[in-house]
Write a protein that binds this ligand. Structure first.
Ligand code: FE2
Length: 287
């Protein structure tokens, strides 16, 4: 069968949201307009040089039934959790946390001259793994391979693979791809994506054309925008006079029922009620 490009299915403008103890961010998945992009539950983009927008952070809070993925572009986030992990992640670092049956953690952006910028993505867990043992992967920037293409494109591979080079985050149920892609002016980028997997691009700097067919005419997208890609075998991006930088993320959809309550995402309302009961009784599993 001939391979086909993934066409743009929907373009979403991120919404301003205040979250945690008062962090201002842009949300493009997990809103009224797009409550779920199976298996992705939430995508937040934080970027500010004003400490009032971020310093209140995300004090101690629980999670169950999901994975949270934090990718820092610049600045620093201190974290501490009930698995015994503590430290800070900085520019280019990734924290991929599988909450499973339960974790409590705090995520506190530090006031720095450069401010803070980055992303948090929530990936749903399949029913059979919702109560799995929590797992924490912290990947330093220098452990994330960067592929340099001849035309100047640079791709940081967090998970998935590009040109045979695999990212350091492994063993994730959704078999995801998570790439940070920079394409200079007058260049192009092509990446295969598993047919049947959900895929999106989040354009956060510059602009590019997402090519809809074999000809180089497509839809020009300027940052910040979330682009939901339809099914197909690959995505193709072409730049004009302006470079572009975007996240390219894909994952296997679960097709399972969802019961969602804040930081808990389960399959049934009973499981949510059970989680809340455990929290009230102090029996929420956190190790
Ligand atoms: Fe969290």
């Amino acid at each position: 069968m001939r391979s086909s490009p993934r066409r743009i299915e929907k373009i979403i403008e991120p919404e301003p949201v205040t979250e945690g103890a008062g962090v201002r961010l842009k949300r493009s998945i997990g809103t009224e307009r797009l409550d779920y992009l199976d298996p992705f539950l939430l995508l937040d983009h934080f970027a500010s040089s004003d400490p009032r927008d971020y310093k209140a952070g995300f004090p101690l809070h629980p999670h169950r039934g999901i994975e949270t993925v934090t990718y820092v572009l610049w600045g620093e986030v201190h974290h501490k959790d009930t698995l015994g992990n503590s430290g800070s992640i900085g520019a280019g670092d990734v924290q991929w946390m599988t909450a499973g049956r339960g974790i409590m953690h705090e995520e506190m952006p530090q006031v720095r001259p450069e401010g803070i910028a980055g992303f948090q993505l929530w990936v749903n867990l399949p029913a059979k793994l919702k109560m799995t043992k929590p797992r924490y992967q912290e990947i330093r920037s220098d452990k994330i391979p960067e592929i340099k293409k001849e035309d100047g494109a640079r791709i940081r591979v967090i998970t998935g693979s590009v040109d045979g080079v695999s990212g350091p985050v492994t063993g994730i149920a959704a078999n995801p791809i998570y790439l940070d892609v920079f394409v200079p002016a007058h260049a192009s980028f092509i990446q295969p994506i598993h047919r049947g997997h959900t895929a999106f691009a989040y354009v956060f700097e510059g602009e590019a054309t997402y090519v809809d067919d074999d000809k180089d005419d497509g839809t020009k997208i300027s940052s910040p925008r979330l682009i939901i890609l339809g099914d197909g075998d690959y995505v193709k991006v072409v730049t004009g006079a302006t470079p572009v930088r975007f996240l390219l993320v894909s994952g296997k959809p679960l097709h399972e029922p969802i019961a969602r309550y804040g930081p808990f995402v389960m399959n049934t309302e009973e499981e949510i009620q059970q989680t809340l009961l455990e929290l009230r009784q102090g029996t929420f599993v956190t190790t």
